[in-house]
Design a protein around this ligand. Structure first.
Ligand SMILES: [Cu+2]
Length: 283
């Protein structure tokens, strides 16, 4: 599976130019293998920044069979990342060493495989902002938008933006005869040790969250890490408590049948796009 960011990045680049036949782009890549997928000839690699192309992140790429057979999680590699027509693959993969697997991240959960459109969302036991035990399965039956944020995120265009978008969605849903009472919003914190139910309750109040529509969830860190990983949200926790958590953004619309309908990577999705998808989901 190719990461969903890539087609978007490429679309942005392609939209501005005329249409010559596509040429592959190649970038040097270094990183650590987190998972080896023998069944699909793919490697999940925590790669360093690729200057001019992509920030450091964990992604899964196809690679040559003999390379995939040769590597194990923890191996450090250098390679060439080739991108053509929105498809990325690794060429010239060389093992350069090995290192302990990351301990302060959910990257192993992430490497286990991300939910794709059509996949069933696994259940998870979490706790809401009123300190009640909740199970994700409770949202089956209602199209629900899932977001992952944390209350002390210092980057205005990351978690605070997603939270504001959810607040705007809540407003638009309340004003929409098709959607009112028929869709839900769920925000799961990626910082459960700080974002206790009390903290989430205050955060929900500041955002004007209507508890009938929008629920905030926290839980034990292992459960949060696992469910965030399945939803494609990578978490790198700071060494010191109170530091910034590095993470990506992924917001997911799940249908009434509990299967993924739409995935919105990053922070540039529009309220209108989500509202139309929600209308399709209830229609
Ligand atoms: Cu954030």
């Amino acid at each position: 599976m190719v990461h969903r960011l890539l087609p978007l990045l490429l679309l942005a680049a392609v939209a501005c130019s005329p249409t010559p036949p596509p040429q592959p782009s190649r970038y040097p890549l270094t990183g650590q293998v987190l998972a080896v997928h023998l069944d699909r000839n793919e490697l999940t690699v925590k790669h360093d920044e690729i200057p001019g192309f992509m920030m450091a992140m964990t992604m899964t790429f196809p690679a040559e069979r003999e390379v995939v057979l040769d590597l194990t999680p923890g191996d450090l590699i250098s390679a060439t990342l080739e991108v053509l027509d929105g498809q990325a693959r690794l060429l010239d993969v060389k093992r350069t060493g090995s290192a302990p697997l990351p301990g302060n991240t959910n990257e192993i959960a992430l490497a286990a495989g991300l939910l794709e459109v059509g996949d069933a969302v696994p259940d998870a036991a979490l706790i809401d902002q009123t300190d009640r035990r909740r199970s994700l399965a409770e949202w089956t039956g209602t199209p629900t938008l899932y977001g992952f944020t944390y209350t002390t995120c210092p980057l205005p265009n990351y978690c605070p933006l997603i939270d504001r978008n959810f607040a705007r969605l809540q407003e638009a849903i309340a004003a929409d005869d098709t959607l009112r009472g028929r869709v839900r919003l769920v925000t799961i914190t990626i910082d459960p040790s700080h974002d206790t139910p009390d903290v989430l309750a205050r955060h929900a109040e500041v955002l004007g969250a209507d508890p009938a529509v929008w629920t905030f969830l926290t839980g034990d860190p292992a459960t949060v890490d696992r469910i965030a990983g399945r939803f494609g949200v990578g978490i790198v926790r700071p060494d010191e408590p109170g530091g910034e958590i590095r993470h990506n953004l992924r917001t997911t619309l799940v249908g009434a049948d509990g299967h993924v309908l739409e995935i919105y990577s990053g922070n540039d999705w529009s309220i209108e796009t989500v509202l139309s998808a929600m209308r399709r989901a209830v229609g």
